[in-house]
Design a protein around this ligand. Structure first.
Ligand code: GLN
Length: 253
């Protein structure tokens, strides 16, 4: 696989990067290079030149309302290009505040509407500064198996009819602590509230993004040799055990 080189765009790494989100880039690089797949990670900050069509994977982390406001104008200018690349199969991982901004808009805790780019058919509304945040361990049921992580968000996300969630909540709050859905999926784009970071403890998701990128670039016959995921799966197991124990102890969220 030495001849393949995947280009990963990391959107706003200086601003939208909390609760270890940069770990998703590290996990993608490790899982590619361990298979002899070259990786180039390009940081894309406000004002930087960026052509989504020239990339194989796009990653965006989370951030507080203030940070989301800071990058919103720049992201919206790039919206059409990102939507076109996603329709063409670009794999995406958008986490928490990034996930919210890949929807149509986020009405923040002060009632201000922060525009999004509408990759996912959803919107997010913050119930106000006095509302509890959705904080804690999360276990999801997804088509990739159980996914574990950590959430910390004030906003509540509502999917439009027909918009597929990423998973269903087994433990935690999820999109809005009511309908049991978590995140969103559209083609090869994944949106989720799960920090932690997500990919190191959920190698199946990382491989899904890498395989989708390889198949988009090299053809449907592309495959990925397995890796020894003993550490990753041990971390996954430990997170699942902690989440279950806290559930038994009645720890909220
Ligand atoms: N600012 C958003 C919220 O509070 C997202 C937070 C985050 O990215 N962790 O809902």
């Amino acid at each position: 696989m030495g001849e393949y080189r995947l280009r990963i765009a990391h959107l706003y790494p200086d601003v939208m990067n909390i609760y270890g989100d940069r770990g998703n880039i590290i996990a993608l690089r490790y899982r590619c290079e361990s298979r002899g797949i070259g990786v180039e990670v390009v940081d894309v900050n406000v004002g930087d030149a960026f052509d989504p069509a020239a990339f194989d994977i796009l990653v965006m982390g989370g951030g507080q309302d203030r940070e989301q406001r800071r990058i919103a104008g720049d992201l919206v200018e790039r919206g059409a290009g990102i939507r076109a690349a996603v329709e063409d199969g670009l794999p995406v991982l958008a986490v928490c505040g990034g996930f919210q901004m890949f929807g149509h808009r986020y009405v923040d805790q002060d009632g201000g509407a922060i525009p999004g780019i509408g990759v996912f058919d959803l919107e997010t509304r913050h119930p106000g500064p006095r509302a509890d945040r959705c904080i804690g361990d999360v276990v999801l049921a997804t088509e990739f198996g159980d996914v574990v992580g950590f959430e910390n968000h004030g906003g509540r996300t509502y999917l439009a009819p027909g918009q597929q969630p990423f998973g269903t909540v087994k433990r935690g709050f999820g999109n809005n602590a009511k309908d049991g859905g978590e995140g969103a999926r559209h083609k090869n784009a994944i949106g989720t509230y799960l920090h932690g970071s997500l990919l190191p403890k959920n190698p199946a998701i990382a491989d899904e993004l890498i395989l989708a990128a390889l198949r988009r670039r090299c053809g449907e016959e592309a495959t990925l040799p397995p890796l020894d995921d003993a550490s990753e799966l041990a971390a996954h197991g430990a997170a699942t055990t902690v989440a279950a124990r806290r559930a038994r102890e009645g720890v909220k969220g």
